[in-house]
Write a protein that binds this ligand. Structure first.
Ligand code: ADP
Ligand code: MG
Length: 238
């Protein structure tokens, strides 16, 4: 469960071709990093996978099943954004449980799942606080907790650490790596931080101007970059 296949995905906004034919396979449980310069289409690709944006053409398959017409809530995907996107008027508990409540889950189950997620993320003592009463790192953990309670097969992270200071970035990165081992879920993670890419990824996908430049393990890209662009981003000094 949680495998993904992207087949010849194209996306245009008006005259602008943002994704120009993306093909990619992600195995169940894999940790895949998307890297590439600002504006190359990373967020757009995540949004197409999540169903928040329709592709202009091409197919998205989850566990072998085409989901082009499946609404986001039914894709078994949870997304974590750079800006946390928490509701300011709701407590941590209610922010984490809202999606489950909207999906009609019983209160007892929501409570139980929230408890498990908050203990995984060391948020037990903060459940009754509002987002404004939390640090940036804690807010991002709430956003991650909100994803975990939904028990998705596939997590999408869009630059989740870029609003955190350096020390918190390291902590939160290690926490995400631990969650990946613990949950055994598939994770796709956008970053432009080379250290995050090299340390987290099973597989790195290098994007440039709406196309994939190269796909490989961190070591493959580091030792054998196929283009100057990849070498410049991640390769060993020539
Ligand atoms: P990245 O996440 O790699 O920085 P994005 O996927 O956000 O890149 O954006 C890729 C390109 O698509 C950019 O040129 C951006 O301006 C454009 N774009 C993204 N979303 C929209 C939209 N809703 N309408 C028009 N253009 C968009
Ligand atoms: Mg982006």
């Amino acid at each position: 469960m949680g495998s993904l296949k992207i087949e010849n995905i194209r996306k245009s906004f008006g005259q602008v071709d943002v994704l120009k034919g993306i093909d990619l396979e992600v195995a169940d449980g894999e940790f895949v990093i998307f890297v590439g310069p600002s504006g190359c289409g990373k967020s757009t690709l995540l949004r197409v996978i999540a169903g928040l944006e329709d592709a202009t053409s091409g197919d998205i398959l989850i566990d072998g099943k085409k989901v082009n017409n499946t609404p986001p809530a039914k894709r078994g995907i949870a997304m974590v954004f750079q800006t946390y996107a928490l509701y300011p008027h709701l407590s941590v508990r209610d922010n984490m449980g809202l999606g489950l409540k909207q999906a009609g889950k019983p209160a007892e189950e929501i409570k139980e799942r929230t408890k498990i997620a908050s203990s995984m993320l060391s948020l037990d003592d903060y459940l009754e606080r509002r987002p404004a009463e939390l640090s940036g790192g804690q807010r991002q953990r709430v956003a991650i907790g909100r994803a975990i309670v939904r028990e998705p097969e596939l997590f999408l992270f869009d630059e989740p650490l870029s609003n955190l200071d350096a020390a918190l970035r390291v902590n939160t990165r290690l926490e995400i790596a631990r969650l990946h081992r613990q949950l055994k879920a598939t994770m796709i993670y956008v970053t432009h931080d080379q250290v995050e890419a090299m340390t987290l990824a099973d597989k790195i996908v290098v994007l440039n101007k709406g196309r994939i430049e190269q796909v490989g393990s961190p070591m493959e890209l580091y030792n054998a970059p196929q283009t100057i662009f990849v070498a410049g981003f991640i390769g060993s000094p020539q």
